[in-house]
Ligand binder design. Structure first.
Ligand SMILES: Nc1nc2c(c(=O)[nH]1)N[C@H]1C(S)=C(S)[C@@H](COP(=O)(O)O)O[C@H]1N2
Ligand SMILES: [Mo]
Length: 412
């Protein structure tokens, strides 16, 4: 940012602009993110004066500017949302995190069927057309994998630490609507949800959650659910761990007991103190993370808008506090309104950095009074081993030279 010399009437010199871009490219080129940026800056130099040449006509499908290259960091089993590259709280569908136990199946929507059977009056099969005939509901909420924590080294970005969460507007039919169609036996207490991927992933879910707010979603952010997110239909359980949100859902079996599937016995359980293991910990606890400034960003002395997101599976976020002095004092951040229930909520705090090395961090509070725990407290509660549902306060160290790194305490 700089004032234009001699304004009004003066022209910005082309050389000045390109010079600025080239410097930025050199600084950024030292990181992996920088390599992508550098390429984009080089392309920019090909553009002469966009006011002198007719641009291409409207296209059949929109594109992202070639200058913007957010990516999902895929591994064999998951890929993560680049939280540090996003603004606001809606995740572009192609940047929604992915977690697959058996890859992504491609399902023909005309052949899709959802069977509901077990402790019901009349078992039924619903086609996709059937699902779309019922009254529909849209709801903006987050999904989060309960395995959403990584903290092995200082050079991790928000994406690498907790990019297994994303937010979409989901549209579909309430499961309670389908429950009424089949007539649930009043003695039923659980149901099994089964996916039609190579993992045939299954989870047992308390029937109350089915009646309360579980959705069979066929649309995401205004279009059909993407194959990676469960096309043509998936379950979305507001505020509950991502694993219960069975994708490519093909079967629901109503029962009076849980089914004790692999994903709720050997997986998706976490140690607590006393050598015990916690099972069926469905709800995602409140969490927040500063996404700017955060690694790999570099900041300058002066005013900085600290930005981030906060969320809770138990309800609305009511408060986010930010500390810029290692936790000695806390300031209430501004929440972006409207604050939605069980949804990513943007927060911001204006900070004047004096250029000295310091620690910045955020902690979220939800409407149940739950406060996001510190790393050490949480680790102690888990008998020193961590596991799923690990939602600690994330601390960033802002160094004198403006570089930002993850606090070395986060070693899990
Ligand atoms: N059928 C099926 N459903 C599934 C999975 C899967 O592998 N197969 N992964 C689960 C896990 S562990 C998570 S965190 C979420 C991820 O949803 P997403 O890939 O749309 O982000 O889907 C859940 N539903
Ligand atoms: Mo997950």
């Amino acid at each position: 940012m700089k004032p234009i010399e001699g304004y009004p009437g003066s022209k910005i010199k082309r050389r000045t602009l390109l010079g600025g871009a080239a410097t930025a490219a050199v600084v950024l080129a030292q990181t992996a993110f920088g390599k992508v940026m550098q390429k984009a800056v080089t392309q920019a130099e090909l553009i002469v004066d966009p006011t002198k040449k007719l641009g291409p006509p409207p296209g059949a499908i929109g594109t992202r500017s070639p200058f913007e290259k957010p990516f999902k960091l895929p591994s064999d089993t998951s890929s993560r949302t680049p939280l540090q590259d996003l603004f606001g709280t809606l995740t572009p569908s192609d940047l929604h995190y992915e977690r697959h136990h058996g890859g992504v199946p491609l399902i023909d929507p005309d052949k899709y069927e959802l069977l509901i059977h077990g402790m019901v009056k009349k078992p039924m099969i619903f086609t996709l057309r059937d699902l779309k005939k019922f009254p529909s509901v849209s709801r903006t909420m987050f999904l989060e994998c309960s395995g959403n924590f990584r903290g092995s080294k200082e050079t991790l970005s928000p994406q690498e630490i907790c990019g297994l969460t994303s937010q979409s507007e989901w549209t579909g039919v309430m499961l309670s609507t389908l429950f009424r169609e089949v007539g649930i036996d009043p003695r039923a207490t659980w149901f099994l949800a089964e996916g039609s991927d190579a993992a045939v992933m299954t989870r047992s879910i308390p029937i109350d959650k089915g009646w309360q707010d579980t959705m069979v979603a066929y649309a995401q952010n205004g279009e059909a659910v993407r194959p990676e997110q469960g096309y043509p239909a998936r379950l979305v359980l507001p505020g509950w761990e991502g694993n219960t949100c069975v994708k490519w859902v093909r079967r629901i079996e109503v029962s009076d007991k849980p089914f004790m599937t692999r994903e709720e016995t050997s997986k998706y359980t976490e140690p607590v103190t006393g050598g015990k293991i916690r099972q069926f910990s469905f709800v995602m606890d409140a969490r927040s993370i500063i996404t700017y400034p955060a690694y790999p960003a570099k900041v300058e002395k002066g005013w900085i808008e600290i930005r981030g997101i906060a969320w809770s599976g138990r309800g609305k976020v009511v408060k986010v506090e930010v500390s810029t002095n290692g936790g000695n004092t806390w300031n209430e951040a501004l929440l972006q309104v409207p604050v939605l229930d069980k949804a990513h909520t943007g927060f911001r705090f204006l900070w004047r950095w004096n250029g000295e090395t310091t620690e910045i961090m955020s902690r979220a509070m939800d409407e149940t009074g739950y406060t996001q725990p510190f790393y050490k407290t949480l680790l102690e509660a888990r008998g020193g081993t961590g596991g799923y549902h690990f939602n600690p306060v994330t601390k960033w160290i802002v160094q004198k030279n403006g570089e930002v790194y993850l606090h070395p305490e986060a070693k899990k």
